[in-house]
Design a protein around this ligand. Structure first.
Ligand SMILES: [Zn+2]
Length: 309
């Protein structure tokens, strides 16, 4: 991997799809379950394998009257400054499949491949490549999808935003449901109100790197998601989200419906935006040499010492 390509070219959709497959294989990542704990340890190990500084934030939420512990995991890269850019995906799985056609299965969670795993996988693949001369927070938030009332959604990002001190980040970009075959992203309405200039820049960046076909200029419905707490705190935030996924909150949201091409389109578009922020647009780029390696078993075994409450 020499320095023969620019930043966005280095993103591998195949690697992102492999990461999503590994994450989905733990089982539904429902807070309070063993699969959730194992997935958290794996994500933490992946962050460390990319030489990022890992910050854990534990908090509790109530799911159907039961208190469960949740965990945000933040990967800090670049200088030890308050992050200027924040990239976010939720890693939890919804405890129920409300939209499942088979009513007898609505009480069980689905696999959460597009809804959750796809965003995590794209961010992990990006984390390997992010320029290390800019302070960036890549945030894997928990408890996005435990809501039954509007105020119960996005609890992880709410907790993360509440804990921030110091200057506000320039902007936050949320990736949710970004891996489906045939995905076509509309411009989510609250994002457009919060940061129309950022929506425009992301869509333009997508066009520049050949991801234009995945980005539609249609305005999508307004939703509550992980961008909501950022916007409420006065941080410009955009949610890149595929609300047209017919498998959303069903048992059909499985790994075989994800596509390396879609994930590459998203990863490259976002990296092109980051490159623009870093003033390195179009320049040749060598990914940082990682000390542990991409998926080294050593990093995984080290992770066993990570405390879980
Ligand atoms: Zn969901």
């Amino acid at each position: 991997m020499g320095g023969s390509r620019d930043l966005s070219d280095a993103f591998s959709g195949t690697r992102a799809l492999d990461l999503a497959r590994t994450l989905v294989a733990f089982g539904p990542r429902v807070p309070g379950t063993a699969a959730h704990d194992r997935a958290a340890a794996w994500i933490a190990s992946q962050i460390r394998a990319r030489d990022a500084r890992l910050v854990l934030q534990d908090f509790t939420v109530a799911v159907e009257g039961r208190k469960v512990t949740c965990r945000n995991m933040t990967a800090l890269t670049g200088p030890a400054l308050p992050p200027g850019l924040v990239l976010v995906a939720h890693w939890d799985t919804r405890p129920w499949s409300d939209r499942e056609p088979d009513a007898s299965r609505r009480r069980q969670p689905g696999p959460g491949a597009n809804d959750g795993a796809s965003g995590v996988a794209v961010l992990l693949e990006m984390l390997r490549l992010l320029p290390r001369d800019m302070a960036i927070a890549t945030v894997f938030v928990d408890a996005e999808d435990v809501g039954q009332r509007p105020e119960d959604y996005a609890q992880g990002s709410r907790a993360w935003v509440r804990a921030q001190r110091g200057p506000r980040p320039r902007w936050a970009l949320i990736l949710d449901m970004v891996g489906r075959t045939d995905a076509r992203f509309a411009m989510e309405a609250a994002s457009r109100r919060s940061a129309p200039w950022l929506v425009e820049r992301l869509w333009t960046a997508a066009g520049r790197v050949g991801a234009g076909p995945w980005f539609s200029r249609r305005e999508g419905p307004e939703i509550i998601d992980d961008h909501t707490p950022f916007i409420e705190a006065g941080i410009p935030a955009v949610d890149l989200v595929d609300m047209a996924d017919p498998a959303w909150h069903t048992h059909q949201d499985a790994i075989d419906r994800l596509d390396a091409g879609t994930m590459a389109a998203v990863g490259r578009a976002v990296l092109a935006l980051v490159a623009e922020e870093a003033g390195m647009e179009g320049r040749k780029y060598s990914p940082p040499a990682l000390s542990v390696g991409y998926d080294a078993p050593a990093a995984l075994s080290r992770e066993r010492s990570l405390p879980w409450p």
